[in-house]
Design a protein around this ligand. Structure first.
Ligand SMILES: *[C@@H]1O[C@H](CO)[C@@H](O)[C@H](O)[C@H]1NC(C)=O
Ligand SMILES: *[C@@H]1O[C@H](CO)[C@@H](O)[C@H](O)[C@H]1NC(C)=O
Ligand SMILES: *[C@@H]1O[C@H](CO)[C@@H](O)[C@H](O)[C@H]1NC(C)=O
Length: 980
């Protein structure tokens, strides 16, 4: 009896407890979802999440049918921004959780580790920071874990190896370090392992060979070294084997193809692998993509591609196949005839010897890229090449091909790029090339081509560059060639035997940046239409028989940097306008000029600018040699010049030919300078955001100068000069410039800068909502950045540089809130001629320019210090020097000065004080600490006041400013560090 009672009682208790739990639990889910929503910044994205419906009916939420508990939250691509609430850890019935492709920031809450029923966790494509929480190992049922494309740091937690059901892990595109933990090998269910693009380091653990079910192994760009453990080659289900861009060594097992018969992707490019390519790859009949380029593979290429019917891409370039004495290295091409899906075959720099088999013509219509550059191939190009009607790129350059270029090439109507340079082709340039109306780039230079240039090349009206130099072409320059208005990069006809005069149509090359006609037999006078080529920056006519005067119209070619008219029969006086050009190289020697010429050339090294691989510049020599001679009439200007291969300008410009930027490219990058891309406006122009698709979609800021404004030209030149000689972490980097004409033929000048995603200091001070204002540490850091930039300009540059227009809208902030000083439109080089000449120019901005600039004294570095002082006070008080409260008698300087030393909080920006107050509450600042912070504020304001005194001699030295601010920052850091 007793025991029955006890039983009933305990049942009652149990049922009471469970009903309470189940009540409190659906309440828990409800609360957890509300907390989740409350941490989303754009709550409107979850507007359906409200009390008018049961939470099980909310968008993205699913519940169990009977228990009505949340089992799935799926909110993919909903544009959610905010922080992931730790309360999600209370959704204890959750099985599926996906926030894929949103903008969550902050850390991944470790409370997710409480979700013991979770099977699927997908947080990829967000902005999560911090580490992967180790206690995710509490999600013992987890099968799929997606954390890719975030900003996670730290290592892959070893504890993940406790998740025995895991079959999918992706942490690609993060910043993870610490290697691949060997313990992961314990997860025998693993199918997909993707850690692509993390600076992991270390080697590939041998234990991963336990993953018998693995199909995808993606560890490209992981800084991995050592050899690939043999155990990996036993994972016979592998379809994706992708280890590109590491430092892996060793060779591939010869039975690779038998061990991994399911391979679809074999991507091992950019490693240090050696040995022969396993012939057994011939058995990988599912292979679609084989990328083994940029390794040290060697030996004969013995792969038979007949069974590889799905192959799409074969990239084996930059290895040393074919070093033997055999000469049939290309015979494998015969085995490609069944590969009807092949699109790209790239075998550049492989040391292959032999002839190109006729069977090349058996490839399918799908075939688009044939790249055999830099081998030892000889013989004719088979005329069957004309069958490859899908071809868009044909690159056979730098081989020993000979014979005529087959006219069947004219059937390849989709060709965009054709490189046949540096071979031994002879005979005429086939007329049929004129059929190739989509050609962008045609390079036939350095061959033995003869006869005349076919006039129907003029039909290639999409050509950007044309290289016919270093051949034995004769006859005249067809005028049709000069009417290809798309030519923007290069027209090079140098080192031939062309004769006759330069047709006046040359003036139609309005977009062209380089024109080289040197070393021919051209004669007659220079057409004045040449002056219409206003985009030219390189012009060489040397070594011809041109005579007569240099036409005065050439004065409109203002962008010319290299001008070589030497070794002609030009006469008359050297045009005075040449003095105004800023040349990097000019050579007028060996002509029949008369008279004295004085030329002043600007400072600056011509070659060290541009990104990418450019030859090293020689030390800067500035030599302005003025030679006057009436008898010999030799004129020589020698100026900083770069080392050139074989001394031929045509060769050195080849390296630069992809780096220039044209008006058209900028037009495209900014979507036609659209309003949507407008991000700023300054005195001299508009600033647009742009995307350079020819440069890996690099995001840039493009400043387009208002050339009609007074001083705009000068500002452009000042900025270009400044950018050449300076480089500092806190100065805005200029990537390139564009000096050209727009499609209406008007002058167009633009500067292309690094894009600063966080906008200007001015925005942060005055435009943003108060919640996103800068805190004290950020402001102090920014001030140090700006002061360091000035210190560099004033004290480390030779000649010293004065910025002349320092103000918050010229201070730009990068991703990490590091400040970069920009806008060098008004810079002055101290002690150079241009400085003294320009004292009457536009001078700075009202409020920031020192009082002495008003009375026409020189621009000096202490003027910059004044502007800095005002800027500092603006940063601390959030009051512009032009604020309405500053009328007669009161200025920002006075306003701040009066608050020193004891009332500084009266003038400090309220937002800053609010931050400090919140901080004080949150971290229990003691009164002593508050006092210390106040002292720091006073010291900072004092610097601003000392910099902005009227008397220029009494302003602080910028080096001391940097030192004192640094000291203040250190003190502040200590105060804040201790309290957190
Ligand atoms: C929780 O469940 C109880 C009983 O089924 C129900 O009355 C209550 O409305 C539910 N609460 C929520 C927030 O759904
Ligand atoms: C990501 O989400 C955005 C909406 O926030 C959407 O426009 C975009 O297409 C999504 N990306 C992908 C790859 O689905
Ligand atoms: C992450 O933040 C950066 C800026 O810090 C932004 O450019 C990027 O688009 C964000 N990523 C996603 C997925 O929203």
């Amino acid at each position: 009896m007793n025991s029955i009672m006890a039983f009933l009682f305990s049942c009652l208790v149990v049922s009471l407890i469970t009903s309470t739990i189940s009540f409190s639990s659906n309440e828990t889910d409800y609360q957890a979802l509300l907390k989740f929503k409350s941490m989303i910044r754009n709550e409107e994205a979850l507007s359906s999440w409200n009390a008018s419906s049961h939470f099980c009916d909310w968008i993205g939420v699913s519940c169990g049918k009977s228990h009505r508990r949340v089992t799935a939250v799926v909110l993919k691509s909903r544009g959610l921004q905010g922080v992931l609430s730790p309360y999600v850890g209370n959704l204890s019935f959750l099985r599926l959780f996906s926030l894929w492709n949103n903008t969550f920031q902050g850390t991944i809450p470790h409370q997710l580790g409480h979700l013991s029923r979770l099977r699927f966790l997908q947080l990829s494509h967000n902005n999560f920071t911090g580490v992967i929480p180790t206690n995710l190992s509490g999600c013992s049922k987890l099968e799929k874990l997606g954390l890719g494309d975030n900003k996670l740091v730290g290592s892959i937690p070893e504890e993940i190896s406790f998740l025995s059901k895991l079959n999918f892990i992706s942490v690609s595109y993060n910043e993870l370090t610490g290697g691949i933990p060997p313990a992961l090998g314990n997860i025998t269910s693993m199918e997909v392992f993707d850690v692509t693009n993390n600076p992991l380091g270390g080697s590939i653990p041998d234990t991963l060979g336990h993953w018998k079910s693995l199909t995808q192994f993606d560890s490209g760009i992981c800084n991995l070294s050592g050899t690939i453990p043999p155990s990996i080659f036993n994972l016979s289900l592998l379809t994706d084997f992708s280890l590109a861009e590491n430092q892996l060594t060793g060779s591939l097992p010869s039975a690779l193809g038998e061990m991994l018969p399911n391979l679809v992707f074999l991507q091992l490019r950019n490693n240090k692998l050696t040995g022969p390519l396993p012939p057994s790859i011939s058995n990988c009949s599912k292979l679609v993509d084989i990328q083994l380029s940029y390794n040290n593979f060697s030996g004969k290429l013995n792969i038979n591609f007949e069974k590889l019917k799905n192959i799409y891409r074969i990239h084996l370039g930059d290895n040393t196949f074919g070093v033997g004495r055999e000469s049939d290295d290309m015979q494998f091409i015969n085995t490609l005839k069944n590969c009807s899906r092949l699109v790209s075959l790239d075998l550049h720099n492989c040391k292959f010897q032999g002839v190109l088999p006729t069977s090349i013509g058996n490839l399918s219509d799908q075939f688009r890229r044939l790249v055999l550059r830099g081998n030892h191939l000889y013989g004719n190009i088979p005329s069957s090449i004309g069958n490859l009607v899908g071809l868009t790129q044909l690159d056979l350059a730098d081989n020993h091909f000979n014979g005529e270029i087959p006219s069947t090439i004219g059937k390849l109507y989709k060709l965009q790029e054709t490189y046949l340079f540096e071979n031994q082709f002879s005979g005429p340039i086939p007329d049929a090339i004129g059929n190739l109306s989509l050609l962008n780039r045609l390079a036939l230079d350095s061959n033995r081509l003869e006869w005349h240039i076919p006039s129907n090349l003029g039909n290639c009206h999409n050509l950007l560059e044309l290289w016919l130099n270093d051949n034995t072409l004769s006859g005249t320059i067809p005028k049709e060639l000069l009417q290809i208005s798309s030519l923007t990069i290069m027209l090079n006809l140098s080192q031939n035997s062309l004769s006759g005069s330069l047709p006046t149509e040359v003036g139609e090359l309005k977009m062209l940046t380089s024109l080289d006609l040197s070393n021919n037999n051209l004669s007659g006078s220079l057409p004045s239409s040449l002056g219409s080529c206003t985009s030219l920056s390189f012009l060489s006519l040397k070594g011809n028989f041109f005579m007569g005067m240099v036409p005065s119209s050439l004065s409109s070619m203002k962008g010319v940097k290299t001008l070589d008219l030497s070794h002609n029969k030009l006469s008359g006086s050297v045009p005075q306008f040449l003095e105004r050009f800023s040349f990097e190289y000019v050579n007028l020697s060996f002509n029949d000029f008369e008279g004295f010429v004085v030329a002043w050339l600007n400072l600056g090294c011509p070659c060290a600018r541009r990104h990418g691989k450019i030859k090293k510049p020689l030390p800067l020599f500035v030599t302005v040699i003025i030679i006057a001679s009436t008898l010999l009439s030799i004129l020589f200007f020698t100026y900083a010049w770069c080392k050139k291969r074989k001394g031929q300008p045509s060769q050195s410009s080849r390296d630069e030919r992809f780096m220039r930027i044209s008006y058209g490219q900028l037009l495209k990058a900014t979507d036609g300078f659209s309003e949507a891309n407008l991000i700023g406006e300054g005195g001299f122009g508009f600033v647009y955001k742009g995307i350079l698709d020819h440069d890996h979609n690099r995001i840039v800021a493009v400043k387009v100068l208002h050339l009609q404004n007074r001083g705009a030209h000068k500002s452009f030149i000042a900025e270009c000069d400044a950018w050449r000689s300076i480089r500092h972490r806190n100065l805005l980097k200029i990537i390139t410039s564009c000096s050209s004409v727009d499609f209406q033929g008007k002058d167009f000048k633009a500067l292309v800068y690094e894009f600063m995603p966080n906008g200007s200091l001015n925005d942060w001070l005055h435009s943003r909502e108060s919640t996103s204002r800068l805190n004290l540490l950020q402001r102090t850091n920014i001030l140090i950045d700006v002061a360091s930039a000035l210190d560099y300009l004033h004290n480390q540059c030779l000649p010293p540089i004065v910025h002349c227009d320092l103000k918050p809208s010229n201070i730009l902030l990068d991703d990490d809130m590091v400040a970069h000083v920009g806008d060098f439109g008004l810079v002055r080089f101290l002690g150079t001629k241009s400085n003294q000449n320009n004292t009457s120019d536009i001078r700075g901005t009202i409020g920031y320019a020192p009082p002495e600039y008003g009375v026409a004294s020189e621009m000096t570095s202490s003027g910059d210090v004044y502007s800095f002082g005002i800027l500092l006070l603006e940063v601390m008080t959030r009051k512009r020097p032009t604020d309405n409260i500053f009328t007669e008698g009161l200025s920002l300087h006075k306003f701040a000065q009066m608050a020193l030393p004891n009332h500084v909080t009266d003038v400090i920006d309220d937002n800053l004080l609010n931050f400090l107050q919140e901080d004080a509450i949150a971290t229990q600042h003691t009164i002593a600490k508050a006092k210390k912070i106040e002292e720091c504020l006073a010291l900072t304001v004092k610097i601003g006041v000392s910099c902005s005194v009227d008397s220029s001699r009494h302003r602080m030295n910028i080096q001391n400013v940097v030192r004192e601010l640094q000291h203040i920052l250190d003190t502040l850091r200590k105060i804040f560090e201790v309290s957190y």
